[in-house]
Design a protein around this ligand. Structure first.
Ligand code: SF4
Length: 330
């Protein structure tokens, strides 16, 4: 579908669904599903950053977790570096773990408070390699250097570090096994604004140095514009638009992307006040009960009759530009 002969595809996701069952009553009968991820398809090219943006609750974090098989998908396929991991058992998945890693949003919650930094960074090395203790410590020091942590702090505990430093520990741990692909799930959302740019810059430097491929999940469109090569926009469990960064930010095709971008503050407050802003009416519907037809039809400023009964297909409307909207059906 996303044919780009000049670049190698590292991650291929097709028709991915992640439904969480709703059980009610004494017998816990299955009465419905929360459709957190609902038929999502995309590719990630080797060495690129694909940004995945959307409002809180749109399913972007769940999508990142299913892609790494932290959840078992309800339907669909995920292939990473040529291996289909969608249905692999735990043993085979464990072998794939070195290739694919995750950086979590909240470094405080994702680091074991009872382990030292050296133990945290070294844990994947103990699990997946046969390195001797001294070799392991060398590797831990190298990783601390790579993420800008002082080696002298290797025996300290996470609570002794600032939020930004804790995120560096999480990144060092993710890098320990030389992964190819890292899902960065809102990696800067829990950090002070003054620290956010430092962590993003670090991720960019590491990408360059180690040839990493990122899925960068964020609700912060300005930050995604800075780091991503291509951007996918998610709404109510579906990707509604996917495009190269510059095209998406300068000429969005989907009404939801337009609305999201018009809400991003302009550096010039006068320009922002007079800008043609789209204010969305109403709340996001529940993923347990999405609307019939287009998921966005209850809030779309350009809604048409067809939108209420026909779900628009997600398709390529210009080279490299994908959108799911009846406005672009011709
Ligand atoms: Fe709006 Fe219709 Fe396009 Fe959905 S399909 S985004 S409701 S115009």
């Amino acid at each position: 579908m996303f044919d780009d002969t000049s670049r190698k595809t590292l991650v291929t996701v097709r028709g991915l669904k992640m439904y969480f069952p709703i059980r009610t009553g004494l017998l816990r009968r299955h009465t419905g599903d929360v459709k957190a991820v609902d038929d999502v398809s995309f590719d990630i090219y080797e060495g690129e950053t694909l940004g995945l943006v959307g409002e809180s609750g749109c399913g972007k974090s769940t999508c990142g977790r299913v892609v790494l098989r932290l959840y078992d998908p309800t339907e669909g396929t995920i292939s990473i570096d040529g291996t289909d991991i969608s249905t692999q058992g735990q043993g085979a998945l464990r072998k794939m773990r070195p290739v694919m890693q995750m950086v979590f949003q909240d470094p405080q919650a994702s680091l074991n408070p009872r382990m030292t930094v050296a133990d945290i960074i070294g844990e994947p090395l103990v699990e997946h390699t046969k390195l001797k203790k001294a070799e392991r410590l060398d590797r831990i020091y190298d990783l601390m250097d790579a993420v800008g942590l002082n080696r002298d702090f290797a025996n300290r505990y996470p609570h002794e570090f600032s939020g930004g430093q804790r995120q560096r520990i999480g990144i060092a741990r993710a890098l320990a096994l030389n992964p190819k692909f890292i899902v960065c799930d809102e990696p800067i959302a829990a950090l002070d604004v003054s620290i956010q740019a430092q962590v993003v810059n670090l991720l960019e430097e590491l990408q360059e140095e180690f040839g990493l491929t990122y899925l960068f999940i964020s609700h912060d469109l300005s930050m995604v514009r800075h780091i991503a090569d291509r951007v996918a926009v998610m709404y109510l469990g579906k990707i509604v638009e996917l495009a190269p960064r510059d095209g998406l930010y300068t000429a969005p095709l989907h009404p939801y992307t337009e609305a999201l971008l018009s809400a991003v503050p302009e550096p010039d407050p006068v320009a922002h006040d007079t800008a043609n802003r789209t204010i969305l009416q109403g709340d996001v519907p529940s993923p347990a009960n999405p609307p019939k037809g287009c998921n966005f039809c209850t809030r779309c400023p350009r809604v048409m009759d067809i939108c209420h009964h026909e779900d628009p297909a997600f398709r390529e409307v210009q080279p490299g530009r994908f959108v799911a909207c009846h406005l672009h059906n011709s």
